[in-house]
Every structure is written in structure tokens, then in C-alpha cells.
Design a protein around this ligand. Structure first.
Ligand SMILES: Cc1cc2nc3c(=O)[nH]c(=O)nc-3n(C[C@H](O)[C@H](O)[C@H](O)COP(=O)(O)OP(=O)(O)OC[C@H]3O[C@@H](n4cnc5c(N)ncnc54)[C@H](O)[C@@H]3O)c2cc1C
Length: 422
């Protein structure tokens, strides 16, 4: 993506102190926290605030502190504590994450449990008898050594959460500009000038797909040019963050990857008393109203923007075999529907947060980023917004030292390799 043509003198110019590119869970959380810390004239721009192709709309809603990296555990704890404080508004349910473990994987799970408990997160270890007593529908357990269960992990409603952040931000004067597609930007008069195109009426699904996939059809839409002057710009563009980075003149090492989830009729197995279950195969599932929702990260999925859902084939090949092997009650499952969304994956599968750093290691004035959550941005969204806002407003991280999330870690070889990604 580049600046395809210069903005004419007659293009509307809008001014703000802070321009946030992307109004998903992360951009909305950053906006809320900055506004709470007293920043005024914040503008969030997004091509589709409804978010029908955004990761914030297409995710599984799992929230957990059962991570391998201490920083990821703490990010979840801070976020989940907040979700618990507004539980009804954001649909948080502490229904737990249950990780089923084989004899090969149980020792590492117990080691991770020691770390999680040392940081104050309760994680129980169950043997197979305890597992079968607590979760009777899991009755095919010959390959298992037991399970670990974290009772405060659970689920949120990501849509309610996003709207919660936005409502709080709007109360403090944050403006959200819809149907605005950012094209490029450059330093200008001590701040930034960002160039974009706007549509005046809502785009249909096909038009959204064309824009997000960068197809030639997007050129035929009735665009109006617009530019934004801001003291600072924050890249919160989720799976499109690498494109926005290129458009702002820096390199982001992440990439988008398709991830699919499906809804199935659980045919007599009542999943509603349970939370998220993670099978050793990598298949995860949880109750979704009276049905089940299941997902699996296909290992050989190529990088790129792809919203094609494989339908029945995804369920038959990637989900059902693992569930069949776990419960006699699952032998009759029926696929109902599903969808594909995008993970925004960094090289070590941990987030990128902080001031953007240039080639020589110096912070680029007025340029920040928060993206590449690699499949766990919903659960880290509150803490990510809080920490980035602290860095911007107070010049330092106060709640938690998040400097390890800086993208410069890749050049230094100080990776935050996270193994507990699903
Ligand atoms: C199938 C699936 C399951 C998942 N499950 C979980 C889970 O259980 N728990 C969890 O915590 N996380 C999960 N995630 C990950 C989580 O959804 C993401 O990490 C999180 O939503 C990222 O939020 P975001 O705001 O960074 O990105 P997004 O929500 O994608 O927002 C980015 C925004 O940027 C806008 N944008 C992009 N480019 C431009 C441009 N040029 N101009 C203007 N606007 C632009 C887009 O319109 C979009 O609204 C899952 C993701 C998927 C796909």
C-alpha cells in the first residue's frame, strides 16, 4: 500500500492530537485509556467500524491466564480482573479453561502451572479419575494423563467488550470515523499527516472484501480523499498492521493467517455447564448458546488474507475426528455453520506494543503500535490499551514493564516465544 496520489488542496483536512488507525478491540481500548488519562481530541479511523471482517468480530471469545511467558500471564490477569469488574456489560463468564494432557505433555503443563500459581493465578491439576468425575461427558481417556483447570479463565463476548471500550471512549469525547481507508502517512510539521479515502455510504460485503484484500475492484468505489493532521499516530490495524506500517514508512515482521471456527449441534451433550476445553490434538471447543463452538489452527495454513470458510470439510477433517475420540456423546455431532477470520501472527507469537523504533534503534517521534496479538488480542486488549496509554502519556510503563513487547526485540534476538498458543 502506498500513497497512490497526492491529496488535493481541496481535500478536507482534519486535526487531532492522536490518530488511531483501527477501531477493533485494541484501537478502542487504547482510545479509552488515553482519554481516561486526559488526552483530548482523539480520533479513531476505521474502514469498517461494524468490523464484519475484523478479528475482533470473528474470534472465539476465550480469555485465560494459562500462558507460558510471565508477561503474557500478567497481561491476561490485568485484563481478566477488569472484565470481572464489568462482567455483565462485557459478557465475562469465569467458566474455566480445561487443558487435557497426555503423559508426554503433562510434565510441562505442571511446570507452567507452578509459574502461573506463583503469579497468583489458580490452576488445579486433575488426574484422569478427577477429570471423569468433574466432566463426565469426556469418557474416552485412555491416551490422557490428566488435565489442568484454571477456574478464573473463561469467556467474554468480544462484541460487547469492543462496544464497552468505545462507549467509555466516546463519553470522554473520542471521535470514531467510519468508512475511512488509510492509504499512507509521513512526518509533517512536528507531527504526522495521514492520507485516507472515505466512502459516504456503507459498503456492501463484497466491497469490504475487495478493500481488505486489496483487490483492483476497490478502485471503482466512490471515494473522497481526506487527510488527517495529528501529533501522534498509533497503528492498531490488526492483521493489516504490516500494510499500515509500510504505508507509514517502517517494517512490521508479522503476517495475517486464516483461522477457522465452526458451530456444531452437540446432539444431547449439554456443554453449557463447562467452559473452554483444549484437546491434546489442538482442537478447542466451548458452549455457544445451546450448541458448541470449535476451532483448530491448521498447521500448514499459508500466510495471507483469506476469508474463505472450508465449511463441512473443515468440520469433517479438522474438528470431528478429535472430538469423536474424546466422547461417546460426540459420535453423532452435526456441523451447523462456521467462518474464517485472521490471526495477526508475530515471529514469536507474542504481541508488538510500544513506540515504533527506526532502523538505528531510535524511537520514531509520534509513532506507536499495538498489534500482532497472534490469536490472543481479545484477552489482552484491556492491558494492552492501558500500557500503551501509560507509555504515551507518562513516558513510562507503570502498571507493568511492557518494554519487552517492543518490535526491536526481534533484531536483538530477545524473543518472547510463547508455546501455549492454540
Ligand atoms: C478465529 C479466531 C479466533 C480467535 N480466538 C480468540 C480468543 O479466543 N481469544 C482471544 O483473546 N483472541 C482470539 N482471537 C484473536 C483476536 O480476535 C485478535 O487478536 C484481536 O481481535 C485483535 O484486535 P485488533 O483490534 O488488533 O484487530 P482487528 O479487530 O482486526 O481490528 C483492526 C481494525 O483495523 C481496521 N483497518 C485495517 N486496515 C485499515 C486501513 N488501511 N484503514 C482503516 N482501517 C483499517 C480494520 O477495519 C479493523 O477494524 C481470535 C482470532 C480469530 C481470527
Amino acid at each position: 500500500m502506498g500513497i497512490s496520489k497526492s491529496i488535493s488542496a481541496r481535500s478536507p483536512r482534519k486535526k487531532s492530537t492522536t490518530l488511531i488507525i483501527g477501531g477493533g478491540l485494541i484501537g478502542s481500548s487504547v482510545a479509552m485509556h488515553l482519554a481516561r488519562m486526559g488526552v483530548r481530541d482523539i480520533c479513531v479511523v476505521d474502514f469498517d467500524l461494524e468490523g464484519s471482517l475484523s478479528s475482533s468480530e470473528l474470534n472465539a471469545g476465550g480469555v485465560r491466564a494459562t500462558w507460558g511467558q510471565p508477561i503474557n500471564i500478567r497481561m491476561s490477569q490485568i485484563s481478566i480482573d477488569y472484565f470481572a469488574s464489568v462482567a455483565e456489560e462485557v459478557g465475562y463468564r469465569p467458566c474455566g479453561y480445561l487443558w487435557l494432557k497426555t503423559p508426554e505433555t503433562m510434565p510441562a503443563a505442571l511446570k507452567a502451572r507452578d509459574l502461573q500459581q506463583s503469579l497468583g493465578w489458580e490452576v488445579q491439576a486433575w488426574d484422569v479419575a478427577e477429570l471423569r468425575r468433574r466432566v463426565p461427558f469426556i469418557d474416552k481417556t485412555d491416551d490422557l494423563a490428566g488435565a489442568v483447570f484454571a477456574p478464573r479463565d473463561g469467556l467474554v463476548n468480544p462484541n460487547l467488550l469492543k462496544n464497552h471500550y468505545r462507549a467509555k471512549a466516546r463519553e470522554l469525547g473520542v471521535v470514531f470515523e467510519d468508512r475511512t481507508w488509510v492509504m499512507g502517512g509521513a512526518p509533517h510539521s512536528g507531527g504526522w499527516k495521514v492520507e485516507a479515502r472515505q466512502l459516504h455510504s456503507p459498503a456492501f460485503h463484497e466491497a469490504k472484501l475487495a478493500v481488505f484484500a486489496g483487490l483492483p475492484e476497490m478502485e471503482g468505489l466512490p471515494w473522497t480523499d481526506v487527510s488527517f493532521d495529528a501529533d501522534r499516530v498509533i497503528n492498531c490495524a490488526g492483521p493489516w498492521a504490516p500494510k499500515i506500517a509500510a504505508a507509514l514508512g517502517y517494517v512490521c515482521p508479522s503476517h495475517p493467517v486464516r483461522r477457522q471456527v465452526c458451530i456444531f449441534d452437540s446432539r444431547g451433550v449439554d456443554l453449557t455447564p463447562y467452559g473452554m476445553v483444549v484437546d491434546p490434538s489442538g482442537v478447542y471447543f466451548h458452549p455457544e448458546a445451546t450448541n458448541g463452538l470449535a476451532g483448530f489452527a491448521t498447521p500448514d495454513e499459508p500466510a495471507g488474507v483469506n476469508y474463505e470458510y472450508d465449511g463441512e470439510r473443515f468440520f469433517e477433517e479438522s474438528i470431528w475426528p478429535a472430538l469423536y475420540e474424546r466422547s461417546t456423546g460426540f459420535e453423532q455431532l452435526k456441523h451447523l455453520t462456521g467462518w474464517a477470520g485472521l490471526y495477526e501472527v508475530s515471529p514469536d507469537e507474542s504481541a508488538i506494543i510500544g513506540p515504533v523504533v527506526g532502523e538505528l534503534g531510535a524511537e520514531r517521534t509520534g509513532l506507536y503500535e499495538a498489534h500482532s496479538f497472534s490469536g490472543h488480542g481479545a484477552m489482552h486488549s484491556y492491558a494492552a490499551g492501558l500500557l500503551l496509554a501509560e507509555k504515551i502519556v507518562k513516558g513510562r510503563y507503570e502498571t507493568l514493564d511492557a518494554s519487552c513487547f517492543a518490535a526491536s526485540r526481534f533484531a536483538r534476538g530477545e524473543l518472547l516465544r510463547e508455546h501455549a498458543v492454540i
